[in-house]
Ligand binder design. Structure first.
Ligand SMILES: [Zn+2]
Length: 364
C-alpha cells in the first residue's frame, strides 16, 4: 500500500466540477470521481455545509481526505465526499454563506476573499495498492467521518466495467431491480444494499471474491439474469403476496430449492394455516419452514413462567419420565402433544421434565 500526502488547492479541486445527478459528480479537471454514478445523494445539512466554508475562510485546517488512485487512471473520493461537494457547490454559487454580517454567494465575495478561498490548500492522501489492501485501509479510515457503506467501499475498490453496469440495474432510485424485487428486498438501492444482496446470493456469501473475479467483465448481465430468476421463482412458488415476504433470504432458498418440484397450491394452504397459528411467533419464518420443515424457523411460542410454575406444582416436582424429584430451576417445559401434531402452547399441554429427560426426548 502506497500512501502519499499531497496539497491540492480549492482552485484545482473545483476546476471542471460537474454534477450530473444520478450519473455522478466529478471534479479536478474531470479526473476525480467525487460521487460515482448511482451512489447516494448529498446528505450534509446546511449547518455542516456552512461550517466547511467557514473553516476555509478562516484558514483553519479541514481534516485530511482520502482519494483512491484507480488502476485505469483517475481518482475516486473514499473519504471527504460531503466536504468536497460542499466546497464545489459553494464555488459554483449553489448556496450562500454568512461571512461577517452579510450573506454572500461566492461570486459576490470581494476579489481578494475569492482568491483566498481558491488558494486554500486541502490535504489529500492518495492511496494506491492491491484491492484487498485498499479495502482494509478504507474500512479503517471509514470509522470516522462521512461513512460509506460496506458495499460502497467495495464498489470503489473493484471499480470497473462490471460494477458500472451492475449499478445500472441495482443502484438507481426506481431501478429495474427495485421495480421487480422491491417487495421482496430490504434496504435501499442508492445505499447499494440491493447490489450487495444480489452478489451475496449469487456468490453464496463471497462478495469480494466474486467482485474481484468479475471486475473487468464487460457487463453484469449474468448477475441481472440470476436476480430475475430468483424473483420469478418466488412469484411462481408463492403467488400470494404477504408483507412478511419482504426481507427473506430468497436467494439462499432459491439456490437450495430451485430444482425441487414444488406445488404452489399446497404450499399456500400450509402457509395460510401457519399464518393463523398463534404459536408461530415468527411469521416470516413460515416460508423457510414450508420448504425445509425445520421448526426452528417458526420460533414456536414458549411456555410462560406461570404455566411452568403451575405444572411444576401439579407434578409436585417429580419428573414424569425418570420419577425423580427436581427443583424448578432444574426442569424444562415440554409440549405433551408436540406442536407439529397439533399440540398448543397452553397450560393443559404443558409438563415439566428434568433437563436430561427433556434433552433425550428432543434428541438434542
Ligand atoms: Zn427425568
Amino acid at each position: 500500500m502506497k500512501i502519499d500526502l499531497k496539497e491540492i488547492t480549492v482552485r484545482e479541486l473545483t476546476n471542471g466540477y460537474k454534477d450530473n445527478a444520478e450519473n455522478g459528480v466529478v471534479g479536478y479537471e474531470g479526473k476525480l470521481d467525487i460521487r460515482p454514478p448511482y451512489q447516494r445523494e448529498f446528505i450534509y445539512n446546511d449547518k455542516q455545509r456552512d461550517a466547511v466554508i467557514h473553516t476555509i475562510t478562516k484558514e483553519f485546517p479541514l481534516n485530511v481526505m482520502y482519494w483512491a488512485v484507480r488502476d485505469g487512471g483517475g481518482y475516486e473520493v473514499i473519504d471527504g465526499q460531503q466536504r468536497t461537494i460542499s466546497v464545489c457547490q459553494y464555488i459554483n454559487d449553489s448556496f450562500i454563506v454568512k461571512i461577517g454580517d452579510n450573506f454572500f454567494k461566492f461570486s459576490n465575495l470581494p476579489k481578494d476573499k475569492q482568491e483566498q478561498i481558491l488558494n486554500y490548500k486541502l490535504m489529500i492522501y492518495f492511496c494506491e495498492g492491491t484491492d484487498s489492501e485498499k479495502l482494509e485501509w478504507f474500512r479503517t479510515i471509514n470509522i470516522a467521518g462521512e461513512k460509506l457503506t460496506d458495499q460502497e467501499l467495495r464498489n470503489a475498490v473493484y471499480s470497473g466495467s462490471w460494477v458500472t453496469d451492475a449499478k445500472r440495474y441495482f443502484s438507481r432510485r426506481n431501478c429495474v431491480a427495485y421495480q421487480s424485487g422491491g417487495n421482496y428486498l430490504n434496504g435501499s438501492a442508492i445505499r447499494q444494499e440491493y447490489l450487495e444482496t444480489a452478489i451475496d446470493w449469487i456468490s453464496e456469501g463471497h462478495i469480494e471474491k466474486y467482485m474481484s473475479e468479475h471486475q473487468h467483465d464487460p457487463n453484469a448481465t449474468a448477475l441481472w439474469i440470476y436476480f430475475q430468476s430468483i424473483i420469478s421463482w418466488v412469484t411462481a412458488t408463492f403467488p400470494t403476496y404477504r408483507r412478511e415476504m419482504k426481507g427473506i433470504e430468497w436467494g439462499v432458498l432459491y439456490n437450495q430449492f430451485k430444482d425441487t418440484l414444488l406445488d404452489a397450491i399446497k404450499l399456500e394452504k400450509k402457509i395460510a394455516k401457519l399464518m393463523e397459528d398463534e404459536d408461530v411467533t415468527k411469521k416470516s419464518g413460515i416460508y423457510r419452514y414450508v420448504l425445509t420443515r425445520e421448526e426452528k424457523y417458526l420460533s414456536i411460542r414458549a411456555f410462560s413462567d406461570n404455566q411452568k410454575r403451575e405444572s411444576y406444582e401439579k407434578q409436585k416436582g417429580i419428573c414424569p419420565v425418570c420419577k425423580n424429584h427436581f427443583e424448578l430451576g432444574g426442569m424444562e417445559a415440554d409440549h405433551i402433544t408436540p406442536w407439529h401434531s397439533g399440540g398448543k402452547t397452553t397450560a393443559e399441554n404443558c409438563r415439566m421434565l428434568c433437563r436430561d429427560c427433556n434433552r433425550r426426548k428432543s434428541g438434542k
